[in-house]
Design a protein around this ligand. Structure first.
Ligand code: NAP
Length: 246
């Protein structure tokens, strides 16, 4: 059985690069019409949409801003039709030890990583419920399960995403809207390339499969959860980390 998302519309936040771009490519490759939602400059986002192909469109919106999100969802539904799959992928880090962490660094991370997921999910959930079907896939992180020194804000946001995923899965299950999370481990993207090489090497040694993950490794799990193959899964956290957390 192959995964066929022809006729489906998917919205991917933070789709301009990294994991979001890989997810958008995978979903488009399976036949979905994809909308990339990002704060990045419109020209770069358009270029990514063209690269992904399959009629992908680019919509500029900040997931933190509920009005922006509402306008983006309306625009996408006008251009592509009702949204079948929402992938909440936009995320940021502002690392630092707790005693040095500013309130601004705390709030910025919680806003994008958790409030952004709330804003987006709320904006698409009503339509999915009315249509008696939909998929939401939230990108969490293994540190939302294990915690990580220097990432109190980020880990709290991702633990929050996991709690949100399970709660909303329970609320929406009766309407056949399935809500799951993917928790990546250490994935080779701009986010982790910002780490010093020594830190990357230390982390790599903690991975039983002996390599950093690729964005496509995460995208494959998202594709599965977006497909009919996952129609009996909701409220789950699928860990994609080369065996780092078990
Ligand atoms: P990335 O390369 O830094 O990309 C993050 C994306 O999110 C960018 O496209 C960025 O847009 C977008 N974004 C940031 N703030 C936004 C906002 N307010 N509204 C809309 N879009 C926004 O990161 P990544 O590594 O691909 O991470 C993607 C997701 O996976 C994140 O949720 C991250 O926490 C999670 N994750 C990553 C790893 C890892 O090892 N890389 C591990 C676990 C979880 P701009 O281009 O405009 O900045």
């Amino acid at each position: 059985m192959t995964i066929d998302l022809s006729g489906k519309v998917a919205l991917v936040t933070g789709g301009s690069r990294g994991i979001g771009k890989a997810v958008a490519s995978r979903l488009a490759g399976a036949g979905a019409r994809v909308a990339l939602v990002d704060v990045v400059d419109p020209e770069q986002l358009e270029a990514t949409a063209r690269e992904i192909g399959g009629g992908a469109i680019a919509v500029r919106a900040n997931v933190v801003d509920a009005d922006d999100v509402g306008a983006a969802v309306s625009q996408i539904e006008e251009q592509l039709g009702p949204i079948d799959v929402l992938v909440n992928n936009a995320g940021i880090t502002r690392d630092g030890l707790l005693i040095r962490m500013t309130e601004e660094a705390w709030s910025a991370v919680l806003d994008v990583n958790l409030k952004g997921v709330f804003n987006m999910t709320k904006a698409v959930a009503r339509g999915m419920m009315k249509r008696r079907g939909g998929r939401v896939v939230n990108i969490a992180s293994v540190v939302g399960i294990t915690g990580n020194a220097g990432q109190a804000n980020y880990s709290a946001s991702k633990a929050g995403v996991i709690g949100f995923t399970k709660s909303v899965a329970k609320e929406l299950a009766a309407r056949n809207v399935l809500v799951n999370a993917v928790a990546p481990g250490f994935i080779d993207t701009d986010m982790t390339r910002a780490l010093p090489e020594a830190a990357r090497e230390t982390l790599r040694k903690l991975i039983p499969l002996g390599r950093l993950g690729a964005a496509e490794d995460v995208a494959n799990a998202v594709l599965f959860l977006s497909s009919d193959l996952a129609s009996y899964m909701t409220g789950q956290v699928v860990v994609v980390d080369g065996g780092m957390v078990m």
